[in-house]
Design a protein around this ligand. Structure first.
Ligand SMILES: *Cc1c(COP(=O)(O)O)cnc(C)c1O
Length: 364
């Protein structure tokens, strides 16, 4: 049985004038819409009390499990406004399924996928006018679940809450897509075998912050993590998957159970195959990448994820030196795939895969 949602309207709402200002320069994840979704869970009763309510602070008990043992998982997806005024989600069921996989690993309750998708739709509808219509703008949706039992014992919490909040976001690259330099972390790893690398959980991000500071200090904007086994296999960035492009158009992405299973990466691979590219998901070493750049076999590389879609990579930087394409414009395949995917998401191209899910009707 699917959950029934109740709605409590926010009394304080953004005015049209304020919203127009926000949409002029939304930034990323700083301003939140008027409402939020909450669904409570207890071991005894399961999921209950699904509701849309005014956005606002939570009362946190200092003994809540999440504050001490980090029992938390999250998702990220976007709502897009199409030219006719209708609003659509991109593959929300995939996010719902992944939240379930993360829940299993972090001993949190699994929300049924239908309820996950309905929760996202309810929030987008409640705050309908918050989805911007500008170029590459969208409404970023952040579902998450955390253990909120008041108990310091170390075991899975017997109560939890699922929530959805949303924030309008602008084009990630405001002045055109620019390739970024990536720091190769030699001392830190992101995930270990049997660890939580394939779960979308806050702890993975917490542990990536110190290496990211190291990246910033070295003039880079992101970190590339290698496998913790010392085999020099490349994994991913702190929050984005990695794809290499060969001269013959073949796309290569690392395969390992320590990597987050990215929906953007999987969609790009399906799209690339549809466009006639070969794709390979297999272990790749940093040496294969470097030698491939030097021999001319590997001609482009990019990072991908929901927030920025595709970010071209110009250089890999480490204490021992750097390699890449420091002076190159974004690669041809990189930009072609970026356009193909963002055109489907923005409703400017056919959606042969049935990825888009409509949330609101076209405006007359
Ligand atoms: C969310 C995330 C990604 C990208 O996943 P998408 O589904 O494409 O947004 C990649 N790596 C990590 C570590 C992530 O948390």
């Amino acid at each position: 049985m699917t959950l029934e949602f109740t709605t409590t309207q926010a009394t304080e709402r953004v005015t049209d004038e304020q919203l127009a200002k926000i949409h002029e320069a939304p930034g990323f994840g700083r301003v939140f819409t008027d409402h939020m979704v909450s669904i409570d869970w207890t071991l005894e009763d399961g999921w209950k009390d699904a509701r849309v309510e005014p956005y606002g602070p939570l009362a946190i008990d200092p003994a809540h499990a999440v504050l001490h043992y980090g029992q938390e998982i999250f998702e990220g997806l976007k709502a897009y406004r199409h030219e006719d005024g209708s609003v659509w989600l991109f593959r929300p069921e995939e996010n719902g399924k992944r939240l379930q996989r993360s829940a299993v690993r972090m001993a949190l309750p699994e929300l049924p996928v239908e309820d996950f998708v309905e929760a996202c739709k309810q929030l987008v509808r409640a705050d309908e006018h918050w989805t911007p219509s500008g170029h590459e703008q969208s409404l970023y949706i952040r579902p998450f679940t955390f253990g909120n039992e008041v108990f310091l014992g170390v075991r899975a919490a017997h109560s939890a809450r699922f929530m959805v909040i949303a924030s309008p976001v602008g084009a990630y690259f405001a002045d055109g897509v620019k390739p970024v330099r990536i720091w190769l972390s030699e001392h830190f790893n992101r995930a270990g075998k049997g660890g939580t690398g394939s779960a979308k959980t806050g702890g993975n991000y917490a542990s990536s912050l110190a290496p990211t500071q190291e990246a910033f200090a070295n003039g880079c904007s992101q970190v590339l993590f290698l496998s913790s086994l010392g085999d020099r296999h490349i994994e991913e960035l702190g929050g984005m998957n990695l794809v290499l492009v060969k001269g013959d158009g073949t796309l290569v992405t690392p395969e390992s159970d320590t990597i987050l299973d990215g929906i953007t990466r999987n969609s790009l691979f399906e799209l690339a195959e549809h466009l006639g590219h070969r794709t390979e998901m297999r272990p790749v070493t940093i040496d294969e990448w470097q030698e491939g750049v030097e021999s001319g076999e590997i001609v482009e590389a990019f990072a991908c994820g929901t927030a920025a879609v595709i970010t071209p990579i110009s250089e890999i930087v480490s204490p021992d030196g750097s390699f890449g394409w420091p002076d190159q414009e974004p690669g041809e395949v990189t930009m072609k795939l970026r356009k193909a995917l963002t055109d489907i998401q923005g409703g400017r191209a056919e959606d042969p895969f049935g990825w888009m899910v409509q949330v609101t009707e076209a405006k007359a």
